[in-house]
Design a protein around this ligand. Sequence first.
Ligand code: AMP
Length: 250
Amino acid sequence: MKLLVAVKRVIDYNVKVRVKSDRTDVDLANVKMSLNPFCEIAVEEAVRLKEKGVASEVLVVSIGSKACQEQLRTALALGADRAIQVEGPDNPDSLSVARILAEIVKREDPGLILLGKQSIDSDNNQTGQMLAALIDRPQATFISEIMIEGDQLTATREVDGGLQTLQLTLPAVVTTDLRLNEPRYASLPNIMKAKKKPLDVMTADELGISINNRITLVSVEPPAERSAGIKVSSVTELVDKLRQEAKVIA
Ligand code: AMP
């Protein structure tokens, strides 16, 4: 069985995000970019399924500018076998990404498609759901455990206040949650080996898909600055300040 994993290049989760002075977008100049953490979990799970003998090949796909080849190489270093970059804008809208992935699914015929539950930059949480609808296959989102037997996938979902278990018939789409696994670090020899693994580049046109962003980013606002706190020396002083200055108690 072939596994297809969709991976996205995003701002690194350790970076303190800055907004451009004209508020048109987040400032990405000289900022560290990484594999979206939920996509990294999806790659790790796919590689584990291959190591267990459940899958035979792990294909990773990213839609974006040439820069996203860096994240595809990271996925190859983590154990994926092959990569495809579909050239597109840096932040294509979710429906365009889902339509491109649907076309790749048609051509590659994977038994299971893994995506992150959400991108940590746009926080959309919708690409996997859109893809499942477009290819008319079952989906399980926010997955914390996967078991595959024959053409049946049992998935544990993290839902509000508990866990839900679903059974799906493959091919299916799953989106990964944080507790599914702890991704490995890529070793230096694997980083070197990844440079030689196949990475194909195609355009959306070649796939017969036009990327037309239906959503316009109007503006981005940083969170309101909080003024520094103060230390009080006694409960009496605290109550006094709450009454006289903050006016939150009478
Ligand atoms: P989102 O719906 O944007 O929150 O993204 C959910 C998941 O969809 C991500 O974790 C990726 O697996 C996939 N995805 C989103 N954008 C892209 C992209 N440009 N290229 C490849 N996969 C993507």
